[in-house]
Design a binder for this molecule. Structure first.
Ligand SMILES: [Zn+2]
Length: 462
C-alpha cells in the first residue's frame, strides 16, 4: 500500500508531535526519580514507662503513611522517595516493646519500615522541623493502650483528690515531685568532656529521692525515671494530677557561653521579666526543651488567665520564693553559689498555678571544674543532701495542713505548764500572753471543769 504525499507529510508531523509528547512524558515520569531521595541518617529509640519513642533523622522533609497489622503486632511506615540506609540495620531497640526493626525498598520507590512489637500499642506519628542540633525528624510514639489523653486546660487548686497517708495515722505524707530536666531526644547542656545534663540531673534527682525517702512524713516521687523526654507541661501536670504534689523541684545543670560562669542558682517563676540577664538566658534555654525533645502540639506556653488562677499563682509563688531561698542557703554550704539570692525568670516548667515550684541549677556544665564536680558521686551526694535539707527546713516551718509535719509542728510549738498550788487559769493565760478562751479550748476545758495542782496544760502559740 502506498501513501499519498500529503498523508505521508501529516503522518510525519504527527509522529514528531508524538515523539515530543513521549519525551515530555518520560521526563515527567523521571522527575521523581531524578530528585535525590531523602536519607535516614540515624534512628533513636527511647523507652519510657508509658510509651516508646522512635525518632528518624532525615536529610529533608518527607511524607509518610502509617498503619498497623496484628497477629503478630506490627507498625508499618511507608515513606515515599526515601532511601534505605545502614542506620536502619543498626537500631538499638533493646529493653522495650520492640522485637525488631526491618526495612526494605518497595518497587514503587517507597521505603517501608516495619516495627515488630511484643504487644499491641497505639502509634502516633508526626514530623519535626529542624531545631538546634537536629534537622528534620520523623517521630513515632508507641503508646500503651488505654492511656488517658493528656488534659490541656490547667485548673486551679484541686483539693478533692486523696493524698497519700502515712501509716502512723498522724497526718499524711508531704509529696515532693523531683523533676530531672531534659531526657531522651533532649540531652540538655553538654560539657566540654561530653557530660550530658540529662544524665547528671537524673543521678542527682535519684539521690535527692533517696535522701527524702528516708525522712519520716515525706513521700518523694520522680517525674522522670529514665532516659526519655517529657514535655514541660506534662511534667507540671504529672506533679499536680498524678502525684498531687506539695512541691515541684526541677533539677538542672546548665551552660553559658562564658565558660567561666560558675555556681549553683535557684529560680522561681517570674511573670514580669527576669531578675538578671543570666536568668533570662537560662529560662530561654530551658524553654527550648519542648522543641528539641519533640512536642507535637505546642502547648508549652498555655497560660490560663483567670482571677482564680492568678490568685492561686500569687500564693504559690510566694512559697516558691521561700522554699527556693532555703534550698539556696543550704546549697551555699556545699558548693559555690552564682548569686547569694534567689532569682526569678519565665521558666515554662514552673508555671503550676497552685504548687510551689522551683528550678535548681546545680552548677554550670559549661565550666570544666563544675562539669567534673557534677559527675562526681561525692559532690552529687553533697548537693542532694543540701537540696533535701532546704526542702525539709521549709516544710518544718510551713507544713501543709493535715500532714505529719503539721502535727509534729503543733506538738513542738506547744509549751507545757504544770499547775502550781493556788494558780488560776486566768493567771496562767496572762503569764503566757494567750487569751483565756484559747487556753481553755486548747486544753478542751469547760467553764465547769476544775483544775488541780500538778495538772499539765498545753499552751497554744500566742
Ligand atoms: Zn536544663
Amino acid at each position: 500500500m502506498r501513501l499519498g504525499k500529503s498523508l505521508k507529510k501529516s503522518l510525519k508531523k504527527g509522529l514528531q508531535i508524538a515523539s515530543t509528547c513521549t519525551v515530555l512524558l518520560v521526563l515527567m515520569l523521571l522527575t521523581p526519580v531524578l530528585q535525590a531521595a531523602e536519607k535516614i541518617s540515624s534512628v533513636r529509640v527511647w523507652n519510657a514507662p508509658d510509651h516508646t519513642r522512635i525518632v528518624f533523622d532525615l536529610s529533608g522533609p518527607v511524607t509518610h503513611h502509617l498503619f498497623t497489622l496484628d497477629a503478630p503486632d506490627r507498625v508499618v511506615i511507608d515513606i515515599p522517595n526515601a532511601q534505605k540506609t545502614r542506620a536502619l540495620d543498626l537500631v538499638d531497640f533493646k529493653g522495650g516493646p520492640l522485637v525488631n526493626v526491618r526495612s526494605a525498598a518497595q518497587s514503587n520507590g517507597d521505603l517501608r519500615v516495619v516495627l515488630d512489637l511484643d504487644r499491641k500499642l497505639n502509634p502516633k506519628s508526626f514530623l519535626l522541623k529542624p531545631s538546634e542540633q537536629y534537622g528534620h525528624r520523623l517521630v513515632i510514639d508507641l503508646e500503651q493502650s488505654g492511656k488517658a489523653a493528656p488534659v490541656a486546660v490547667v485548673k486551679p487548686a484541686s483539693v478533692s483528690q486523696p493524698k497519700s497517708y502515712s501509716s502512723m495515722g498522724s497526718g499524711r505524707d508531704i509529696v515532693v515531685a523531683i523533676d530531672a530536666g531534659h531526657g531522651g531526644e533532649d540531652p540538655g547542656a553538654i560539657g566540654a568532656n561530653g557530660t550530658r545534663e540529662k544524665d547528671v540531673v537524673l543521678q542527682i534527682s535519684r539521690r535527692i529521692y533517696n535522701v527524702l525517702k528516708a525522712e519520716k512524713g515525706v513521700k518523694p516521687v520522680l517525674i522522670r525515671t529514665g532516659d526519655y523526654f517529657i514535655p514541660l507541661a506534662t511534667r507540671r501536670d504529672n506533679a499536680r494530677r498524678k502525684y498531687n504534689a506539695d512541691l515541684f523541684v526541677s533539677v538542672h545543670a546548665d551552660a553559658f557561653h562564658n565558660h567561666r560562669a560558675r555556681g549553683a542558682s535557684v529560680f522561681a517563676l517570674s511573670r514580669s521579666g527576669a531578675t538578671s540577664t543570666l536568668a533570662r538566658v537560662l529560662a530561654e534555654q530551658e524553654n527550648q526543651s519542648d522543641a528539641i525533645g519533640g512536642v507535637q502540639i505546642d502547648n508549652s506556653d498555655e497560660m490560663v488567665t483567670s482571677v482564680i488562677y492568678d490568685l492561686a499563682m500569687e500564693g504559690s509563688m510566694e512559697h516558691s520564693i521561700k522554699v527556693g531561698s532555703m534550698v539556696l542557703r543550704e546549697m551555699g554550704g556545699v558548693t559555690h553559689l552564682h548569686k547569694k539570692h534567689l532569682e526569678q525568670a519565665g521558666f515554662a516548667v514552673l508555671k503550676s498555678p497552685d504548687i510551689p515550684s522551683i528550678l535548681v541549677e546545680t552548677g554550670f556544665i559549661s565550666n570544666p571544674t563544675e562539669e567534673r564536680n557534677l559527675s562526681s558521686k561525692n559532690h552529687q551526694v553533697k548537693l542532694s543532701r543540701a537540696i533535701s535539707r532546704g526542702i525539709i527546713t521549709y516544710f518544718d516551718q510551713h507544713p501543709p495542713p493535715g500532714t505529719y509535719f503539721a502535727a509534729r509542728k503543733l506538738q513542738q510549738d506547744s509549751q507545757q505548764h504544770r499547775i502550781a498550788r493556788g494558780e488560776t487559769l486566768s493567771e496562767i493565760a496572762h503569764r503566757y500572753r494567750v487569751d483565756l478562751v484559747s487556753l481553755m479550748q486548747y486544753n478542751q476545758l469547760n467553764n465547769t471543769d476544775v483544775i488541780r495542782e500538778g495538772q499539765v496544760l498545753r499552751i497554744p502559740n500566742s
